[in-house]
Design a protein around this ligand. Sequence first.
Ligand SMILES: [Zn+2]
Length: 149
Amino acid sequence: MPLSDDVEHEVDLAAPFLPATAAWADPLWSGLRNGVLIIQKCECCGNFVYPPVEEMCAHCDNAYTWHQASGTAKLWSWVTFHRTYYPGYPLEPPYTVLMVELEEGVRMLAALGADTAVEDLRCDMAMQFRPLRLSRDVLIPSFISSSAP
Ligand SMILES: [Zn+2]
């Protein structure tokens, strides 16, 4: 289906490709700047969610509250990208993206931190949260091996 002519599709190819840091999700982004992982939880059914959502809990329709996660996780899977797919993408290939399962039970995508080699990754290995700086104001979740220095 052709794209509508009344929609602008201009992309600033020189601008860094950074995540959208919506104001309602500020606990996550300010937490990352302070070195902690803040995620949402439904106090009614106990579910943690990531990435953050603006809507109510899908299970019981209650509002989410923000909680500091333990920062401990186990590695569920990972993939290494050997080329850049978007102009301005802030990670230089090859870079590795992890799927980790937080101690709180929710799985999340995160970058592999610089202190852990991809060759050392093993399923179910213990991982530790370590935010990764993309720009002056934007950090993203990242994990390293719990046995890294
Ligand atoms: Zn709920």
